[in-house]
Design a protein around this ligand. Sequence first.
Ligand code: GDD
Ligand code: MN
Length: 390
Amino acid sequence: MKKATVIIPTYNEKGNIEKLVEILENDIFPQIKNYEMTILVVDDNSPDGTADVVKNLMKKWKNIRLNSGEKEGLGAAYVRGMDYAIEEMGADVFFEMDADLSHDPKKIPEFLEKIDEGFDVVIGARYIKGGSIPKNWGIHRKLFSIFGNLIVRVVLMRFWHHDWTTGYRAIRKEVFVKLKPGLHEFKGYTFQVSFLHKAIADGFKVCEVPFHFIDRTLGKSKIAPREYIFDLLKYVFTARAIELVHSPFLKYAITGFIGFLINAVTLEIFAGILGWHPAIAAAASAELSIIWNFTVNNFWTFGHHKITNPWKVLVKFPQFNLVSFGSLLIISTVVWLGTHFFGNTTLVRQASLIFAIVFFVIPYSYSMYNIFIWKRWHISFLSKLQEKAG
Ligand code: GDD
Ligand code: MN
């Protein structure tokens, strides 16, 4: 039988841990037939004597273990606990769960069903239908939680996961084993966000199950808001920057910028120095820039998807020209509208040009390249559709 361990980190939870263990042992575990359920309390030598309470509970139930260590923060406690659960307890799946009864234990069977359906990580979510944060939380705590989640979703551009900071989760051990080398950095509450983000980035399947978060009645929250906010912002911004640098986007932008310079310089050479007709000079310089963009994007930006078969190039290059023609239409329309409404001055022309490029040409051409020319997105869209279909 597969084994599941409920990992409960504790720091001064003497008044809560016994109640939670009683509920798990008496009411929840007997309902679960297809997992051998165990409890691991990860205590950081709580001065209130939480460990003594746990040792007493261990006399009554044989499926409880205690792991004691130095206090280094919530994330560090979880990493230690997950290691212990795998190595010492043979866990296949583990739960993250607060000791203070904030996480409704009745949801555990539902989490396990999702794991059995094939999900790698199940997130207990407060910000979806059927979930909530406590009404009696102070306004600061509410704003802190709501905006914290919003910032994470916006900066990481991952909108389809709604609760990033929550500490109620079920995780297949393979996820932890794979992510562990990158987890040491955030030892505090930011661990939750970084863990979920890395799991998604690594392609693990994640789903959400709603739950109502109940405010603790005994003891105090250990969150230090300033440190948490600082850590969280640091994580999301650095992680996003790294993602951008590693995605083809930056290479695409550099290539496009040089392409633009090629266009401008050769236009001057053809029309100014060689005395060609301006229309012909413009067309020739634009085509040179298109050839540059196609070649460099093919071998560098989208190098993983590069087109090398000459016959295919013969098909793709005209397509690429067609996409570029779209950019040209966008620019001429925007510049025309800009000068029409704001006057035909250098400022308006240049501002319209930049506006057109930043807001329309870049999103347009980058998506067209990814979807139609190098088919980098098309493939993942298709496989997602296929997954859904069957
Ligand atoms: N071992 C150990 N070491 N346990 C800790 C530590 C630590 O440094 N810090 C906190 N804990 C334990 C607490 O004893 C509790 O069981 C659990 O971790 C959650 O801590 P709380 O102090 O109750 O956190 P909270 O209720 O304010 O925060 C909840 O919401 C956050 C954000 O929405 C938790 O669910 C967090 O996990 C979540 O990130
Ligand atoms: Mn709590």
